[in-house]
Design a protein around this ligand. Structure first.
Ligand SMILES: Nc1nc2c(ncn2[C@@H]2O[C@H](COP(=O)(O)OP(=O)(O)OP(=O)(O)O)[C@@H](O)[C@H]2O)c(=O)[nH]1
Length: 441
């Protein structure tokens, strides 16, 4: 696709910095380079150049210039990257000079990537993965985004579409040549067996979204227990700072308080909650309601009990995974029978058991990820399209429907899969997807 205007942006991070990278893409790129720095350098080779102002011939800066002639560039157009000194004034003078050329303007957020997509350099899934790679905070997020950007997911969907298109072709052949028995019944049986298999694969793939959410948004750990059980003390010990207020007054914590941990590269969100007890005050009751709601949505609940003063707390409503933790170990005489009631016994005073508990949280999170496959849908958008395509595939299996309708359901299913990677009709999605990017990407 040919764009008339050339776009320019600072592609590197916050200024001042040692080096700043300015990126230019579009049909004016060659002219701009030649005007500001002399002849075009060899493709993809870094050269040291002075960059001159058109107005008074002043040198604005010296730096490295790399020229990537289209179509072998990130956007598919002529692209140049200028590595210059990362000072505020240097960069603003250079950007002002560049956008002073005719048909050259500042890029919108994500516009370079959008051009890459329009020119067939990236598909939508890879584009989204690239946005995630740029925003990755933890090593697990980086590795996951890297894998998605490599395109394994797009290959999987392309393979599914191929199977569907083949199935549809065979079914249509059966419709067209029914009388001539050119398509033996056994072929149709094989096709329907394969589409049934595909439906299972898609279903399993959709289930993997939970694992993707854990990687992207974090593994949610919620600390629950009676007032004074030591919940806030545990949160502070895990955070290694005073994130929550700790007093000996029962009911100190009224609201939810989150901290974020990086455990072995995984993002873990730990939430402190209001103590669970019967007949709380009005404000406390709201806190308890919130605690229960968060506990129900948690990936893991740490249920704390003060070993020196155990309280009866109703936790039957807890459906998910939980670890029972005995606290204030330092206050009690050793008693094996009492120890055996808990998965872990800890003391914030002595630090006993905290490291083991952290390790257990990490292992629980890793186990959840290991259970999912390698290729996961990583946007709600993917899941919605997958679910819709699965509905059509299920409908296609319905032997009560005429063959024509079943074939049409296969076509609809393939189209929806095509929308995930952008192979089919996605104009309406583009603004949403590219707005996730920063300027210069
Ligand atoms: N001896 C001892 N005291 C502890 C330990 N952990 C917590 N405490 C004390 O127990 C009291 C309550 O601790 P918190 O961490 O505020 O308990 P909580 O469960 O958050 O309490 P609420 O906010 O009221 O629900 C404080 O005085 C803590 O210093 C421990 O391991 N040993």
């Amino acid at each position: 696709m040919i764009f008339n205007d050339t776009i320019v942006a600072l592609s590197s991070g916050r200024l001042p910095a040692g080096v700043a990278v300015i990126r230019i893409s579009g049909p004016q790129t060659r002219f701009v380079i030649e005007t500001m720095s002399g002849h075009l350098p060899l493709p993809r080779q870094a050269v040291l150049r002075a960059f001159y102002s058109q107005g008074d011939g002043e040198i604005l800066d010296r730096g490295l210039l790399v020229f990537f002639p289209g179509p072998r560039s990130f956007t598919g157009e002529d692209v140049a990257e200028l590595q210059i000194h990362g000072g505020q004034a240097v960069v603003s003078a250079m950007l002002k000079e560049l956008t002073g050329f005719q048909h050259v303007r500042s890029a919108e957020p994500g516009e370079f990537t959008r051009r890459a997509f329009m020119n067939g350099k990236l598909d939508l899934v890879k584009t989204e993965a690239l946005a995630d790679l740029i925003n990755a905070d933890t090593q697990a997020q980086r590795r996951f985004a890297q894998r998605n950007a490599d395109g394994a997911q797009s290959v999987l969907y392309a393979d599914w579409r191929k199977r569907l298109i083949h199935a549809r072709a065979m079914i249509e052949a059966e419709i067209d040549f029914a009388d001539e028995s050119d398509v033996p019944g056994s072929v149709a049986a094989t096709i329907w067996a394969d589409t049934a298999c595909l439906a299972q694969e898609i279903e399993k793939h959709i289930e993997g979204f939970t694992a993707a959410e854990i990687i992207q948004d974090g593994f949610r750990v919620v600390i629950l227990g009676a007032p004074n059980a030591g919940k806030s003390s545990l949160l502070n010990a895990l955070a290694q700072r005073d994130a929550a207020i700790v007093t000996d007054e029962a009911g100190t914590t009224r609201d939810l308080l989150d901290i974020v941990l990086d455990l072995g590269g995984l993002k873990i969100i730990v939430t402190d909650t209001a103590g669970l007890r019967e007949n709380p005050g009005r404000v406390e009751a709201i806190g308890i309601e919130k605690a229960q709601a968060r506990g129900k949505k948690a990936d893991l609940v740490l249920f704390l009990e003060d070993m020196s003063d155990p309280q009866m707390v109703e936790i039957d409503w807890l459906a998910g995974d939980h670890i029972k933790v005995g606290t204030k170990l330092d206050l009690i005489e050793f008693d094996q029978t009492q120890h055996d009631q808990y998965d872990f016994c800890i003391s914030h005073l002595s630090g006993h058991g905290i490291a083991d508990l952290l390790e257990a949280i990490k292992q629980k999170a890793e186990a959840r990820l290991a259970a999912a496959g390698d290729i996961l849908p990583f946007r709600m958008r993917h899941v919605e399209l997958l679910e819709e395509s699965l509905e059509h595939l299920t409908e296609a299996q319905n032997t009560l429907q005429p063959l024509e309708i079943r074939a049409e359901e296969l076509r609809l299913c393939a189209n929806l899969l095509g929308r995930i990677s952008g192979a089919v009709n996605v104009e309406d999605l583009l603004d949403v997807i590219f707005s996730q990017f920063c300027i210069g990407k």
